[in-house]
Write a protein that binds this ligand. Structure first.
Ligand code: ADP
Ligand code: G6P
Length: 463
């Protein structure tokens, strides 16, 4: 039997993705998304094991050590990639849990693959976990794992954290196999959500199983399950260290100069996802240019769009719409050598991302729905001199923690436009005060604290 671990994380993705280039050469890159950003420092600090998918199909790579973590890849077949990952996870559950901003699709054969893959993750965790170990399962792709794992290993402490919103009861009830999902989650000792509303929705739903929750607890087969909010956060130290690095500060200066020197910079950084409100943001920006309230001489928008889930139809269509709109804005309002929108469809390393955060006068975060949104917190953490403004959608988890941001409803285009202008025109002194308060909050609530609070509540043994 291979070595066993006292702390095991189970998430659909490993922190690194295996990519194979045209010549068949293999390499590892950082995986996309907020889950990886948040979990990596947590697992590293505990020298734990991480079970996840390495990004390809066919045989899984051999387990290996990275940065003090033990990474254990899980294999997916091409059909499982289609049905479990792109289908059930990202075309059913993802849109449904995000207020159905795109229409969820329901297919029975997707569900079977989801169940099978969840069982595979549970079996791997059962093998890798030492007696009495803590196993922490993550996110919407693996909601059946807690109950499956409990069945295999009743000795474990099992936690589950949902990184995305948990939907209102009426939406959740659309899931044809809602009962199995609820029972799957109830296999955990502690179920964590981004916001208290998610925990409340979940507890309310347990009535459907004939259970009677009291406060934040519910008793299932004589076992107590707790459901609570644990708002996730970021590695503030990492951000501050990078923000102080002279090379990165120099790069930020260079970026500002390349964008035209005196032009104020608005920045968006998102996975290219329909939940992020990128189209709403572009529309507001175009109208401001068309009305002459903003001038291409004075401002520029940089939109970083990380490629994401491009085999799912809704993501491909979004990409086409966004790129058409960017082309339209640049065609109508651009001049030779001076583009209104700089659209960057790629992943960046942390250094380049930090340089962008430092160069940006206004960070625009306008999701239609987002569990938390770590980009907003990263921007705040990076602005160590308290400069800069944050435009932040009310429909993000982060909005509840950052009331000093310029709050917006992204569906209200006029409101968005007002917020952009206000963020650009508010005097530096007031912006400084707002940023100082936001920084105070983010610095006091970093990802280390999030993990500690969750694991304390789960009863992680000390040491
Ligand atoms: P989500 O988890 O939905 O992608 P979040 O805002 O919570 O959204 O987290 C996104 C994470 O991915 C952040 O840590 C951010 O720094 C990182 N990120 C986003 N875009 C890029 C990019 N183009 N290159 C590198 N990292 C990125
Ligand atoms: C969000 C989800 C994560 C997911 C990430 C990237 O952060 O909560 O579970 O890993 O997006 O998406 P992907 O489908 O590429 O893993």
């Amino acid at each position: 039997m291979s070595e066993q671990y006292r702390f095991v994380v189970v998430a659909n993705r490993l922190p690194v993705d295996e990519i194979v280039d045209d010549d068949g050469k293999r390499a590892w890159t950082r995986s996309p998304g907020g889950l990886v950003s948040a979990l990596q420092p947590t697992v590293r600090a505990r020298r734990g094991a991480w079970i996840g998918w390495a990004g390809g199909t066919g045989e899984a790579p051999e387990p290996f050590a990275l940065d003090g973590m033990w990474l254990h890849p899980i294999a997916l077949t091409q059909q499982e990639l289609d049905h479990y990952y792109e289908g059930e996870s990202n075309a059913t559950i993802w849109p449904l849990y995000h207020d159905a901003v795109e229409t969820p699709a329901f297919h029975r054969h997707w569900r079977e693959a989801y169940r099978r893959v969840n069982q595979r993750f549970a079996e791997a965790a059962a093998e890798l976990a030492a007696p009495g170990a803590v196993v922490w399962v993550h996110d919407y792709q693996l909601q059946l794992v807690p109950a499956m794992l409990r069945e295999l290993r009743p000795d474990l402490r099992i936690g589950f954290f949902l990184h995305i919103p948990f939907p209102p009861v009426e939406l959740f009830m659309q899931l044809p196999w809602r009962t199995q999902i609820l029972k799957g989650l109830l296999g955990a000792d502690l179920v964590g959500f981004q916001r208290p509303g998610g925990a409340e929705n979940f507890l309310r739903l347990t009535h459907n199983l004939g259970l009677e929750p009291e406060g934040d607890r519910v008793v299932v087969d004589g076992r107590t399950v707790t459901a609570r909010a644990f708002p996730i956060s970021i590695d503030v130290d990492e951000m501050e260290k990078l923000a102080a690095d002279p090379h990165i500060r120099q790069r930020a200066k260079q970026l500002s100069e390349e964008l035209g020197g005196h032009r104020r910079l608005l920045l968006g950084v998102d996975r290219l996802d329909y939940t992020k409100g990128i189209e709403h943001r572009l529309k507001a920006y175009r109208e401001l240019l068309a009305e002459g309230r903003l001038s291409n001489q004075d401002v520029a928008l940089v939109q970083v769009a990380t490629p994401s889930r491009l085999r799912v139809a809704q993501y491909r269509q979004l990409r086409e719409r966004v790129e058409r709109e960017v082309g339209r804005i640049n065609g109508e309002f651009g001049e030779v050598g001076l583009a209104p929108v700089h659209y960057l469809f790629r992943s960046y390393d942390r250094e380049e991302l930090l340089a962008l955060y430092l160069a940006a006068d206004v960070m625009v975060v306008t999701p239609l729905r987002d569990g938390m949104n770590l980009v907003a917190k990263e921007y705040v953490a990076a602005r160590t001199d308290n400069s800069g403004a944050l435009v932040l959608s009310e429909f993000t988890g982060a909005a509840a923690e950052l009331p000093e941001a310029f709050g917006v409803n992204p569906h209200d285009v006029d409101g968005l436009k007002e917020a952009f202008v206000a963020a650009l025109e508010t005097p530096a002194e007031e912006l400084g005060e707002r940023m100082r308060r936001m920084r105070e909050h983010v610095c006091a609530h970093d990802v280390g604290r999030w993990a500690r609070e969750f694991l304390d509540a789960l009863g992680e043994p000390p040491g």
